[in-house]
Write a protein that binds this ligand. Structure first.
Ligand SMILES: [Ca+2]
Ligand SMILES: [Ca+2]
Ligand SMILES: [Ca+2]
Ligand SMILES: [Ca+2]
Length: 223
């Protein structure tokens, strides 16, 4: 009987430690990418391609090499040495990316929350829209001139808004309209203000409460 109790305690303790380990693994320290700090580290970046249509605006499309939309996923990797590492949008072209192991949120202040890593000597003008469900879109300005970051709080959103989708549309009216890499060249898209994925993972505070409850329960049973 004594053995059974102590094995129950061990199992409970193991579960509690696993919960705590998960909680702490989510509190990773900020990692800089090309000088931009991402508190959520590698997970901050877009995880999947929803759609890519270089002919969306009816303009010229990039050559096949630069139409690999998956090059816009994950942490920025340009220049690693082998092409392409980025996707060209095409003149007026469009890409929709999704965050699956994180989400984009507001910072609660005017700090930038979303960062577009575009490669090349010029920032090619690109409209930025964000969405919670992939169907209702909110414009949050454009990546243009020296601007690569977006402050979504400036558009009325905040720390209780969580977005899983980012849509980039090349501005066909500006920049070059032909060439093998026509349109904006996207290496990566990251949430500086990154939160857990929407609707799938409990808040860290909830996890901590659960872990604490399990530990407390284990000690109570042991008496
Ligand atoms: Ca991610
Ligand atoms: Ca902000
Ligand atoms: Ca280009
Ligand atoms: Ca890339």
């Amino acid at each position: 009987m004594a053995f059974k109790k102590s094995s129950q305690f061990r199992n409970a303790r193991k579960t509690a430690l696993a919960c705590l380990a998960f909680f702490f693994s989510m509190s990773v320290s900020a990692v800089p990418f090309h000088g931009v700090e991402f508190p959520g580290g590698e997970a901050s970046f877009a995880d999947s391609v929803v759609s890519y249509n270089p002919a969306f605006g009816g303009g010229a499309v990039p050559s096949a090499t630069f139409q690999d939309a998956s090059q816009a996923l994950g942490a920025p990797n340009f220049p690693e040495g082998t092409d392409p590492e980025y996707v060209s949008l095409g003149a007026g072209g469009r890409i929709v990316l999704r965050f699956t192991d994180n989400s984009l949120t507001g910072s609660g202040n005017s700090n930038e929350d979303l960062w577009i890593f575009e490669i090349g000597p010029d920032v090619e003008d690109t409209f930025v829209d964000i969405s919670k469900n992939g169907s209702t879109w909110f414009n949050v300005g454009a990546v243009t001139g020296a601007t690569r970051g977006v402050d979504i709080d400036a558009f009325g959103f905040g720390t209780s808004d969580f977005f899983s989708f980012v849509r980039l549309t090349d501005n066909i009216a500006l920049d070059a309209t032909s060439g093998t890499t026509v349109g904006a060249d996207i290496d990566a898209v990251g949430a500086i203000a990154s939160a857990p994925p929407v609707g799938t993972v409990p808040e860290p505070a909830t996890l901590l409460l659960v872990a604490t409850a399990i530990v407390a329960g284990a000690f109570t049973r042991r008496k």
